[in-house]
Design a binder for this molecule. Structure first.
Ligand code: SF4
Length: 428
């Protein structure tokens, strides 16, 4: 007998009206028959990897969407609810600051929910029976000790993840910095799929009213899609999202691996798509979108990228593209006039003769002759964005759009304050 089809619901939603969003999600909950299961401790995991009113206004789950989602959960609950919104934002930034910048604090008052910065709360170790890289992960208690888990991703593109951030990739945000950056290189796909063993949502409601497309995963620009996507199976959800963006799911490493490891099929024919907007209509809306996912050596402009081995889509190669796309997203004039650096990533076999050479990543070396007047090396496997932004400012004079007084405060004094809070909470 053929396996039953996984259901994905596509709904039309033209704007960020919380009432309208709540109505759509209420109907979604009913269609999946989830109401009897909604009660007790509910954890919602949104995507707030980064938020800033000026340079990153579009690449996180909007507060209006979260408002609608929480209202819908309350309306369809079978019993008392204790709702926690749990997140760990981008590496080396305190999540509390991103909650504030994302506009989540008024929701705490309105709905009586808890905002949980995962790095600062009590954690538990969870063994992974099928992990290929991780045999154990350290998670916030709210991710483990809960009755119902809701994922609320933002539909967006990501050059570190073969072009797509959906429900599977959201699991990177359940790890704190040390475990998150470990093996964040050519093995990123394995890492993402390992996490699905603990990060399996009961319900997914995706903010695709405005998508974030074509640049850096934090700063890319919004494009109106006008949809809410709902599912219970993360792979079926991501397969449909890939098709919406004209991506082939079989070429998205973590989806292909997830299918091989038994999480479901990549075949669209195995998914029952319902709702009031068709996949074709959504594909028509996105047909001209430039997703920005290219091989690093094909980067246009003054910076020439020489790619050695290994090629790390989820590591230095992707991180470099991601860093330079911040400039494309938010400083187009600078993007067109970037200084002519030769960037080497990985173990490069040829000779290099250039005025200025930038070596990115701990494993990077030039096996041939290297002749250059200026050299910069930034270590890390991969280096954090914060490190690249800072070093390229200090050594090459490139003022990245992230270089904002408020964000420097977030990334340094507030970051250390958050570390200090964590230290005391863990011990006392
Ligand atoms: S240091 Fe080397 S292995 Fe690590 S992410 Fe960079 S290129 Fe990949």
């Amino acid at each position: 007998m053929a396996a039953p089809k996984q259901k994905v619901i596509l709904r039309r939603c033209s704007d960020y009206n919380p009432e309208k969003i709540s109505g759509i999600i209420r109907e979604g909950i009913e269609a999946f028959g989830l109401s009897p299961r909604i009660g007790g401790k509910i954890t919602i995991k949104p995507n707030v990897v980064f938020a800033h009113h000026k340079i990153a206004p579009s690449a996180f789950t909007r507060p209006e969407f979260l408002d609608g989602l929480v209202t819908a959960l309350k309306a369809r609950a079978a019993g008392e609810l204790r709702i926690s919104v749990a997140e760990k934002c981008g590496a080396a930034i305190p999540t509390v600051r991103m909650f504030r910048r994302a506009g989540y604090y008024p929701l705490r008052r309105k709905h009586g929910l808890r905002l949980v910065p995962m790095e600062e709360v009590k954690k538990v170790k969870v063994p992974l029976a099928q992990g290929q890289l991780h045999t154990e992960v350290t998670l916030a208690r709210e991710m483990v000790d809960r009755d119902f888990l809701v994922y609320a991703p933002k539909l967006k593109t990501n050059v570190l993840a073969h072009g797509l951030t959906g429900a599977f990739k959201l699991n990177m945000g359940i790890l704190c910095d040390r475990e998150r950056m470990w093996c964040h290189h050519y093995d990123l796909d394995k890492k993402i799929v390992d996490l699905a063993e603990v990060g399996r949502p009961d319900f997914i409601a995706t903010d695709a009213v405005e998508c974030a497309i074509g640049g850096n995963q934090l700063t890319e620009r919004g494009r109106h899609l006008g949809a809410v996507i709902m599912a219970t199976n993360p792979l079926a959800h991501d397969v449909v999202c890939a098709h919406i963006l004209h991506l082939d799911p079989a070429k998205i490493g973590h989806l292909k691996l997830a299918s091989e490891r038994g999480y479901g099929s990549l075949d669209l024919a195995s998914i029952a798509i319902e709702g009031d907007i068709s996949l074709d209509e959504l594909r028509d809306r996105t047909k001209d979108w430039d997703l920005g996912f290219i091989h690093a050596s094909k980067l246009p402009g003054n910076m020439k990228v020489l790619c050695g081995e290994p090629y790390c889509t989820g590591g230095c190669h992707g991180v470099f593209l991601d860093w330079i796309y911040m400039i494309k997203d938010r400083k187009p004039k600078l993007w067109n006039n970037l200084p002519a650096w030769t960037v080497v990533i990985g173990e490069y076999k040829g000779d290099i003769e250039a005025k200025r050479v930038f070596l990115l990543g701990t494993c990077t070396k030039v096996l041939g002759k290297l002749k250059a007047r200026r050299k910069i090396r930034i270590r890390g496997c991969p280096p954090k964005h914060k490190t690249i932004v800072m070093w390229l400012f200090l050594k090459a004079g490139i003022v990245n759009p992230m270089f904002q007084p408020g964000l420097i405060l977030d990334g340094y004094p507030f970051y250390w304050l958050s570390k200090l809070r964590t230290f005391f909470r863990e011990r006392f």
